[in-house]
Design a protein. Sequence first.
Length: 364
Amino acid sequence: MEARLLREPNSIFETTLLLFNSRTGNSSRELKETIQKRFAIDRNVLDSCFDAIIDMSDYVVNNVKADNELLDFLFGRHSSMKGCFAFYLIHDVCRVPEQDLAAGIAALREQSKALFFVNFSSMLIAEFAPEDYTGVITNYSELFAFIEKLPLPADEKFQLCRLYNNFEEYRGLLAGILETAGRLYMQKYDSVKHYIGWFSAAVAEPLAQSGASYIESNYGVKISPSADEIYLQPSIAMCSGTKYLMSFTSEKVVDFLYVGVLFEPLREITDVSTVDDRICRALRTMGDDRKFEILKLLSEGPKYGMELASLLELSTATVSHHMALLLDAGFVSIRRESNRVYYELNRKKLRDFLDELRSSLLGQ
């Protein structure tokens, strides 16, 4: 099985998730506040993780103008369902390696009811049927019979049937909303695209070395045994979650795992392990001579990526990899100025680390 890394977000998935999260109490702002309350993390650390994403999210959500009842129907959570109705409609356009908003919207508008039937019924089976379920849904009457037996309130079963019966109408309405939202997202993309760079730098090497086994062990997911390929798709809107999209309609089985760009750093900063564990991880990070050189250069003052690459005679990709690990450790912070991202030494974090090291070894 081949495992591939994508390096651009899927704007249709991104905007659908932003609108879904905004209507279900799971926005990036609310996630940040929850983490702050639960783990009592330095607010400056969380600000550096979240604030650009929150700004982009608010811009998109607040500027999408559509009927509230329609937004609730398409993007609201319905009882025990894991997602929203919009995800049934966009499934296949979120399973493409080429990230093009116009092409994705066109594919959504051209989606046939037959294709939707396969995805809709397959996703309902995957979400609600027991693991040993071996049945298939081959026609409309079987679909409605399956919906009737779902462990959902009667009104939500009716809403599922309504979505299917009025597929063409909702397909068009959703495409219009996501086209607007996608344009808004792209207007703000420059302010958040560095997250994609960090994510790619952190996972490219282990993914190339270990492939699908890295995905399963690092993200705690089980890849479908029938998959011929698996794409690792970064998501800014998802922040720290994951979402597995299976292939239902293509002859070659190509699955996608969406992973939030904050998955690694949030796992690190919410880790409640011992002080000794934290010290050992920090020492391993700083023990690499290149990372130590970077820290020494940043001690002289802020520097941008290409400047560091030139001073160290390294490629920008290699510098990005080192910076991703130093950012995860908290020893480096970022500052945007004009069109450049500057890296700065986090002197407070270094002093705190040295205090912990001194206390652990010298008892002072």
